[in-house]
Design a protein around this ligand. Structure first.
Ligand SMILES: CCCCC/C=C\C/C=C\C/C=C/C(=O)SCCNC(=O)CCNC(=O)[C@H](O)C(C)(C)COP(=O)(O)OP(=O)(O)OC[C@H]1O[C@@H](n2cnc3c(N)ncnc32)[C@H](O)[C@@H]1OP(=O)(O)O
Length: 279
């Protein structure tokens, strides 16, 4: 990507741990030379809502890492209290069909990339993570969440429906029963509740604690053959990936068609007004 800036800073004393860094406007990537761990940071204030541009940059960054020798990648946020507010509602509210198609395709592609990375992935969830934010976390292999925030697939609360691959992402992590209860009611779990049902794997005191715990997770693979690890991951995730690949166009058509329904637009309008009135 033309706007991407590559910096190699081996000789800079204050930055010796960050020998590779690639930063776009919305996504920062740094690789710690000592640990081999990449940190991918979403940085779209105020809430890291996932619009076409953020998704495109995120997908590009995750793909680039596939060609580097890294031990693992951590997905996190630059914001103090929000991991990601999910899909940018403004991409779905009164959309132009071409933009809506490009937007949804970029979400499908980002999920496919993240769900199938050759390197291990951890979501360091350092803030609220509703809907699309939860989806990104679910696509990682391990989730560590800072205390006192919320996470879940709350689509029904917006009058929209989580597509089959959102549902599959959830069902591959927590039980079918718990998924049904959570998705139909649009439940957002607090950190400790999410831990109880297995939606997250560990809690953390703060972001630094989450990053330290992510490093420990990657260390589990020190004594594991990387090819065996990757083939096992592919075996476990392959069916879900194939289903979206096979049904990509159908899923896109459903999304765009769904957005054009007056009742859906009305629901989004009400939700947006409620968000704004909150202050
Ligand atoms: C069978 C057919 C299937 C077809 C498929 C069809 C449809 C499915 C499609 C998609 C699935 C959807 C997935 C989603 O991700 S939808 C998005 C869901 N997200 C949310 O519900 C989160 C909403 N936000 C919040 O709850 C809060 O903002 C927060 C994240 C908890 C942060 O709270 P805080 O108090 O810190 O901030 P504010 O609430 O004041 O927000 C600041 C500012 O940001 C705006 N904003 C918040 N979230 C979003 C968002 N997701 N998109 C766009 N904008 C957002 C908010 O309105 C404020 O704006 P302002 O202008 O007032 O400053």
């Amino acid at each position: 990507m033309a706007s991407r800036m590559f910096i190699r800073s081996k000789s800079i004393a204050f930055n010796t741990l960050r020998t590779y860094s690639s930063s776009t406007k919305l996504v920062d990537v740094s690789i710690n030379d000592k640990t081999g761990i990449a940190t991918v940071t979403m940085q779209r204030p105020p809430v890291n809502s996932l619009n076409l541009e953020l998704l495109t940059e995120l997908n590009g960054a995750l793909q680039d890492l596939g060609s580097k020798k890294i031990k693992g990648a951590i997905l996190t946020s630059s914001l103090k209290t929000i991991f990601s507010a999910g899909l940018d509602i403004l991409e779905m509210y009164k959309p132009k069909p071409e933009r809506a198609s490009a937007f949804w395709t970029s979400l499908q592609d980002t999920w496919l990339t993240l769900y199938s990375t050759p390197y291990p992935t951890v979501a360091a969830i350092n803030g609220h993570s509703p809907a699309g934010g939860c989806l990104l976390s679910l696509a990682c292999e391990y989730r560590i969440m800072v205390n006192n925030y919320t996470i879940g697939l709350n689509e029904t609360k917006l009058g929209i429906v989580a597509p089959f691959w959102f549902v599959a992402s959830m069902k591959n992590v927590i039980s079918h029963r718990e998924s049904e209860l959570a998705l139909t009611s649009g439940r957002l779990y607090k950190t400790d509740e999410a831990l109880k049902v297995g939606l997250i794997d560990e809690t953390a005191e703060n972001k630094d604690d989450a990053l330290a715990k992510a490093e420990k997770f990657f260390a589990r693979f020190d004594a594991v053959n990387p090819i065996a690890r990757l083939l096992t991951k592919q075996e476990l995730r392959g069916e879900t990936i194939k289903e979206l690949e096979d049904r990509k166009q159908e899923d896109l058509d459903r999304f765009v068609g769904f957005l054009m329904l007056p009742a859906v637009q009305k629901g989004l309008d009400v939700y947006l007004q409620a968000l704004k009135k909150k202050q």
